[in-house]
Ligand binder design. Structure first.
Ligand SMILES: C/C=C/C(=O)SCCNC(=O)CCNC(=O)[C@H](O)C(C)(C)COP(=O)(O)OP(=O)(O)OC[C@H]1O[C@@H](n2cnc3c(N)ncnc32)[C@H](O)[C@@H]1OP(=O)(O)O
Ligand SMILES: NC(=O)C1=CN([C@@H]2O[C@H](COP(=O)(O)OP(=O)(O)OC[C@H]3O[C@@H](n4cnc5c(N)ncnc54)[C@H](OP(=O)(O)O)[C@@H]3O)[C@@H](O)[C@H]2O)C=CC1
Length: 447
């Protein structure tokens, strides 16, 4: 049995779930990997000069053993997330350290500690097999997978699964990720594939949509409410394109920061009207590598007040990190919230703490989403209330180029990858629902 036979069975209109369940599993499959013996290949280079096209490989790999509570999924499509960029440039750490640590947890997790790391934290596809103890899902189910991997053996994670001491991001801190023809997931990562979307559209939102949902909407994050002024950095990027949609759909007032007129247009087409082009307006929050310029924070804050009719920011949706964090803390209103999930430009932040404590502001750390939050975020996609922001789609062979584009900020919204799907546009089941949302679904395409 080869992967090609599996694809044929999935694509055949006559296949039943029983047929898929009866398919023998392939011994190997193609997967995007980075190699442990190459972790030093970029030593001495600046971050921006580390080229994912050099470190990302397409390899034939053996199928991993299926354990209890797990599922093997035939991956029709995946997407590029920034965590795969981090893995491919071995920053801030080599992810092989995560695999080694996971491998020490149990006999079964040893499988993950390999000299290659199959990366990728999103997928849309079809369940091939489930392990012992899995009842909610069966072979043939069309699914997407979120990227929260938890052991749940400790009480710490039973209120909010993100707090599990063995919480990991699948395809980043675990092996057998989604940028591959087959992926291994825990069955509690599975969610129904939105039926009005193609495989590549369904694979695009998962990670960023769930993260933006927790960070901005959930009470575990900023708990956004109607009328809030929400400053969204990178408002047309991966996270930001979902944060902007959540702000608009939730009756808040997004103030979108972008770096080009083209990106400003995308935000306008989503329905936002308060937009700051950080490039055109030339904000320079740092005078040099070690000194910030509070006058620039103030100029930025004045611009926000012009756009809001004199109001300041209730919630900052932060992720650029070092470059913007001082400004983010400054422009937040008294009692407001800065919610952060990343530090793309550097994780050693500096801000003037007087503006935080004297004005009773709060900084909230947020990371991915718990199962319930991921499910709620996916439900909004399935209902057509939030839409994928897929711009460009690459083949599995070209994943290195796709990751390069994201690393160099050459992309818009989300970048998709076809894994088993032979072409774009397949997998749509509800054409009527799709027709109602077609413009929104295609908003980011080919720009
Ligand atoms: C969904 C998508 C998400 C994204 O895209 S996020 C962006 C990409 N992700 C990242 O950039 C994050 C990458 N990860 C990291 O950089 C590291 O992963 C962390 C900095 C988050 C953690 O570092 P580490 O070295 O893994 O863990 P330690 O907690 O620093 O543990 C080292 C030692 O320090 C001890 N320790 C921890 N807390 C304390 C404490 N409070 N007091 C004393 N010791 C402490 C531990 O036990 C351990 O010790 P022992 O080495 O001996 O085992
Ligand atoms: N903790 C978590 O759960 C998650 C963390 N992340 C992390 O969040 C970060 C962003 O991810 P994602 O949105 O997918 O990435 P994208 O690259 O798709 O989007 C980020 C956007 O941020 C803007 N940006 C980048 N650098 C700067 C800067 N120095 N100053 C101001 N704006 C900047 C850019 O927009 P423009 O040029 O238009 O301003 C860019 O498009 C990554 O570091 C990622 O690892 C992502 C998802 C989950």
């Amino acid at each position: 049995m080869t992967v090609k036979d599996i694809l044929d069975a999935i694509q055949s209109p006559d296949s039943t779930k029983a047929d898929i369940a009866a398919l023998p599993l392939p011994e190997s499959y193609r997967a995007i990997t980075v190699h442990k013996d190459e972790t030093e290949m970029f030593a001495g280079l600046e971050t921006r000069d580390k080229d994912p096209r050099k470190s990302i490989h397409l390899d034939e790999v053996p199928l991993p053993e299926l354990g209890p509570g797990e599922a093997l999924v035939a991956v029709m499509a995946s997407s590029v997330n920034y965590n795969s960029v981090w893995t491919s440039i071995f920053e801030p750490l080599s992810t092989f350290g995560f695999l080694e640590r996971y491998g020490r947890v149990s006999e079964l997790t040893k499988r993950h500690d390999l000299p290659y790391h199959i990366i990728g934290s999103d997928l849309a596809g079809v369940v091939l097999r489930t392990g012992p103890g899995v009842n909610a899902w069966q072979a043939g189910d069309e699914v997407v997978a979120h990227c929260l991997s938890v052991e749940l053996e400790s009480s710490d994670g039973h209120n909010d699964t993100m707090l599990d001491p063995e919480q990991r991001i699948w395809g980043f801190e675990t092996n057998f990720g989604g940028l591959a023809e087959v992926a291994l997931v825990k069955s509690n990562q599975l969610m129904p594939k939105p039926d009005h979307l193609s495989w590549e559209e369904a694979a695009a939102p998962g990670l960023v949509n769930s993260t933006a949902y927790r960070q901005l909407v959930s009470r575990n994050g900023a708990g956004m409410k109607q009328g809030d002024n929400v400053l969204i950095w990178g408002a047309s990027g991966g996270l930001g394109s979902y944060a902007t949609q959540f702000a608009l759909a939730g009756g808040a007032n997004p103030i979108c920061v972008v770096s080009s007129e083209q990106k400003a247009d995308i935000c306008r087409s989503m329905g936002a009207d308060a937009i700051i082009d950080r490039n055109a307006e030339g904000y320079k929050f740092w005078k040099d590598e070690n000194t910030q310029d509070p006058k620039e924070w103030k100029r930025f804050g004045k611009r926000i007040r012009e756009l809001t009719g004199g109001e300041d920011i209730d919630i900052v949706f932060e992720h650029p990190g070092r470059e913007t964090f001082g400004a983010s803390v400054f422009v937040t209103r008294k009692g407001g919230t800065i919610t952060t999930c990343a530090s793309t430009s550097g994780y050693m932040h500096e801000y003037d703490n007087r503006y935080l404590w004297m004005s009773l502001k709060r900084i909230i750390g947020s990371h991915f989403a718990n199962y319930r939050e991921a499910w709620e975020a996916n439900r909004l996609i399935a209902k057509g209330k939030i839409h994928p922001t897929l711009s460009k789609v690459y083949s599995l062979e070209d994943t290195g180029q796709a990751a390069y584009d994201v690393h160099r900020n050459l992309h818009q919204g989300k970048v998709g990858v076809l894994c088993l799907a032979p072409e774009e546009g397949l997998g749509v089941r509800d054409h009527e629902k799709r027709a109602q949302h077609l413009d929104a679904i295609n908003r980011f395409r080919n720009i």
